[in-house]
Design a protein around this ligand. Structure first.
Ligand code: HEC
Ligand code: HEC
Length: 483
């Protein structure tokens, strides 16, 4: 008799093929699986919930789940359902171990630090994909396309452990003091979750894509190495799936159902949340003129009720974590895009802004930034505070030679939005990331520099001198894991 077991929410037989084992790891079977309208997946702190508001779909007929290019990858190779449509280190390592590093995920185009690195032996594949295996990072090659009259900086020095940015074949063709930079600049970034996308005021870490359609087409040509762009029907099908895809933590191992006792966790409420650019912005960019509401998350309001004796200690801890997120103030200083160099509201800028976590993560119950203001809170620094791990990433030295910041020199691990627009004010800026479904997809930050939630919270505690006690940190971690 055939016994079926549930692996990460998907049915598979004990005699499953290697492809099916991987499908189990990544949370879907590429061949002919049905992605139900509502689905759950176990993750390290409980259960992730996912809703397709478009209804159940056959992955075999949706281009998001189908390889459209030449390297065997689909969108779901890097945007894994059970990983909140991102990519966790544990999945990457399982897939590597199950295939000795030959799965399309590790394709040398961008699954290695540089296409020129050797991948013949297992040891070579481990070495060339170390950034992916250890920090979840994919190579993002940006061809510099800024006209010389707009470009404000020169790239005067590069320290690249992989020699990719400095190589003739894959890197910059022109750089150095007095030289207008040209060619391909590679940075290393983690797949951002392809879910809850209706709450994005910008797409990609550096706002590189103008729409989900442009992004889907570029990802097919780039990550999937397609020789022709996807058809309009294929793009529409991908965008339609992404736009109806909502993901959040639904159950917590300690606190139980996250939509119990008056709480409103899980993916169901997300699809109904309102959003427009500027919906809740501390720099007063709300087009309706509404004041900034610091109560950014209200999911666990019922669990903050200290008079309710039926709440469990775990529920109370999550409630306290939400209160810390919404109300604990600290001095925000030195953030390019907020304290200085804002694109949107120079009049509201100040060297010290007394704010909260929600000053930047301001979109109600989602935590993206409601305008497309990019920021650099220090995660792209050469040596960030608080134990973030960036030591394996390249360092770029940028010298400003035009514009209001002429004379400034910046050192950064990722030039961010400046790579696209050439402005010195945008050096090192990337977007504020959304906060739902976090538990399913460590590492954190766009450069995978925080391997876990504790490191991430410690970074903030040190960076902004918040003074979180051990208990505060535990509460904040429990809250973030419950999102
Ligand atoms: C090889 C891995 C890989 C594949 C395959 C891939 N992506 Fe991505 N995706 C990434 C990375 C890495 C980023 C972040 C890049 C950045 O921020 O510059 C990303 C970002 C995104 C984002 C932006 C999310 C946000 O919040 O801004 C969307 C949407 C997305 N991908 C959709 C897709 C679609 C659709 C496909 C298939 C056509 C696809 N991806 C294929 C790695 C991948
Ligand atoms: C000054 C603006 C700002 C403040 C204040 C701020 N954040 Fe962030 N947050 C960001 C930016 C920008 C990123 C993306 C950084 C990156 O990718 O390198 C981010 C990323 C994150 C992430 C990672 C999400 C992911 O998918 O990797 C978490 C979690 C997070 N912040 C939680 C918090 C918490 C908790 C607080 C309060 C203690 C806080 N943030 C305060 C700007 C801010």
């Amino acid at each position: 008799m055939e016994t079926w077991c549930k692996v990460r929410g998907w049915l598979r037989s004990p005699t499953a093929s290697k492809a099916m084992v991987i499908a189990g790891i990544i949370g879907f079977a590429p061949a002919a699986a049905l992605l139900p309208a509502s689905q759950t997946y176990p993750d390290p702190t409980g259960t992730l919930g996912q809703d397709n508001t478009g209804g159940a779909l056959l992955t075999s007929s949706n281009p998001f789940f189908q390889p459209l290019g030449t390297n065997g990858r689909s969108c779901a190779s890097c945007h894994i359902p059970s990983n909140g449509f991102g990519l966790s280190i544990s999945s990457i390592q399982s897939i590597f171990n199950a295939t000795n590093g030959t799965d399309p995920l590790f394709n040398k185009k961008d699954g290695t630090a540089c296409p020129s690195m050797p991948i013949t032996t297992l040891a070579q594949r481990k070495n060339s994909s170390a950034l992916l295996l250890n920090q979840g990072l994919i190579r993002i090659p940006h061809t510099l396309q800024i006209s010389a009259s707009l470009l404000q900086f020169q790239i005067t020095a590069i320290s690249d452990p992989y020699g990719c940015n400095t190589s003739t074949n894959n890197g910059l063709t022109a750089w150095g003091p007095g030289v207008t930079p040209a060619g391909v600049l590679s940075v290393y970034r983690r797949p951002l979750p392809a879910t809850n996308l209706l709450f994005n005021s910008s797409i990609l870490a550096d706002n590189a894509a103008a729409s989900l359609a442009v992004q889907a087409s570029n990802a097919t040509l780039g990550h999937e190495n397609a020789s022709v762009a996807p058809t309009t029907d294929q793009v529409n099908a991908m965008v339609s799936f992404e736009s109806g895809n909502f993901t959040a933590q639904l159950n917590d191992n300690s606190a139980g159902a996250l939509n119990a006792s008056g709480a409103t966790g899980g993916p169901d409420p997300i699809s109904g949340l309102p959003f427009f650019v500027g919906i809740n912005d501390p720099l007063k960019q709300n087009p309706t003129g509404a004041a900034f509401n610091t109560h950014v998350f209200n999911i666990f309001d019922a669990w903050t009720d200290t008079t309710n004796t039926s709440l469990t200690p775990s529920q109370r801890s999550i409630g306290r974590g939400q209160t810390i997120f919404n109300t604990r103030t600290f001095n925000i200083t030195g953030v390019s895009g907020l304290n200085t160099n804002s694109v949107h509201a120079p009049k509201s800028q100040a060297p010290v802004i007394v704010g909260t976590c929600g000053t930047c993560h301001d979109t109600p119950n989602v935590g993206t930034h409601s305008t497309n203001e990019m920021m650099n809170e220090g995660t792209n620094d050469v040596a960030p505070v608080g134990g973030l791990n960036v030591s394996a990433l390249p360092i770029f030295t940028l010298q400003c030679v035009a514009g209001p910041l002429t004379g400034q020199t910046y050192q950064t691990r990722d030039p961010g939005a400046a790579t696209l627009d050439g402005f010195c004010r945008d050096v090192g800026k990337t977007k504020v990331l959304g906060l739902r479904g976090l538990a399913s997809r460590p590492p954190f930050f766009h450069n995978g520099s925080a391997p876990d939630m504790a490191t991430m919270v410690n970074f903030y505690n040190v960076r902004f001198n918040i003074g979180l006690s051990q208990q505060d940190q535990t509460d904040l971690i429990n809250f973030l894991n419950a999102l």
